[in-house]
Design a protein around this ligand. Structure first.
Ligand code: RIB
Ligand code: CA
Length: 324
């Protein structure tokens, strides 16, 4: 049974990989893509989403720009990580498809229809605006799976803050405090285990084809950033894990907790996971803490390269290649 989803994102290199995975997953019916400012400004993010839809021959799916600035903070983008264009400075030609606005209303219209879930891969500004505009409709959303936050893992924007939640902590707080929708936090504790290593990038290159070429091209800049920034060889692809987890819950393990977030000061953007029940408050989220990275990578590659499942099976399971 296909599940209807809206993908709310800030493409973004790993957002683009997540979109490719979602579009190649038979379990999902992507009813629309909403864009939020994060890695790049929302207008550029929308253009990038359209480039991915063109690549995947899915220009039937509509893209809606939502909120272009965080609720309170000044927008800080991540073009140092994703490139000026948000796709590793590949500057692919723009799709000549109109860009819609009204992303927040699109989320609420679908929420009212029922039977919709949201996979959120960027800051939660669109979701925060939606709940502020029509809380009753918002709470008709089936579930939210959000890539963001960190429990025990160190941050990627400060010692304690993960980018999506750091960009708009007030948006996160709005959702944490008002939402009654089941919420899964796919944070750095699990996404840091998902690394597209040089060997995996070579495997993708050898598989070949348009999609493979796009992935190799847009990740080049991202790999260089990871080496310069943290001596990681390869690149952490956070967002596809949120899509894969939505499809197959066995990929990750975690626990429910009361969640809050710091909205000012030196620790701004830090997710507070009340594992010790100090606040004695109702649990408002599921925090993922363990991931089967090999299982993820098989799912990811076998869906993106449906015709090469056999190669992938052989190579992924062959320890000597040291892919993961
Ligand atoms: O911290 C990683 C997250 O921030 C990912 O979603 C990445 O695309 C950026 O949005
Ligand atoms: Ca993202």
């Amino acid at each position: 049974m296909k599940r209807k989803v809206i993908i709310d994102c800030d493409p973004g290199i790993d957002d683009s990989l997540a979109l490719i995975l979602a579009l190649n997953s038979p379990e999902l019916d992507v009813v629309g893509i909403t864009i939020v400012s994060g890695n790049v400004k929302a207008e550029q993010g929308a253009k990038n989403a359209l480039k991915v839809l063109k690549l995947m021959k899915r220009e039937d799916i509509k893209v809606y720009i939502g909120e272009e600035v965080p609720l309170v903070r000044e927008l800080i983008t991540a073009q140092d990580t994703h490139g000026e264009d948000g796709l590793g400075e590949t500057n692919y030609k723009e799709a000549d498809v109109e860009i819609n606005y009204g992303g927040v209303d699109f989320i609420l219209e679908n929420a009212r229809r029922g039977d919709i879930s949201v996979i959120a891969l960027g800051p939660l500004t669109n979701l925060a605006k939606a709940i502020g505009r029509d809380e009753e409709a918002f709470n008709m959303i089936n579930e939210i799976v959000s890539m963001g936050g960190a429990f025990k893992s160190h941050g990627n924007c400060s010692q304690v803050a993960e980018f999506n939640y750091w960009v708009d902590p007030h948006g996160v707080k709005e959702v944490f405090e008002k939402s009654k929708v089941p919420f899964s936090m796919v944070g750095l504790d699990v996404t840091r285990e998902i690394i597209l290593t040089p060997n995996l990038i070579e495997l993708i290159k050898q598989i070949g084809g348009e999609v493979a070429e796009f992935i190799v091209n847009i990740t080049r800049f991202y790999v260089d950033f990871h080496w310069e920034q943290e001596r990681t060889l390869g690149c952490v692809i956070n967002d596809p894990l949120a899509v894969a987890y939505f499809i197959d819950r066995s990929i990750c393990e975690g626990f429910t907790s009361y969640l809050d977030i710091v909205t000012e000061g030196i620790a701004i953007g830090q997710t507070l996971v009340d594992v010790g029940e100090f606040y004695r408050k109702e649990h408002n989220g599921l925090v993922l803490t363990k991931v089967d990275s090999k299982k993820f990578m098989k799912i990811f590659l076998e869906r993106i390269f449906k015709d090469n499942k056999k190669d992938i099976e052989i190579v992924i399971n062959n320890e000597k290649y040291g892919l993961i």
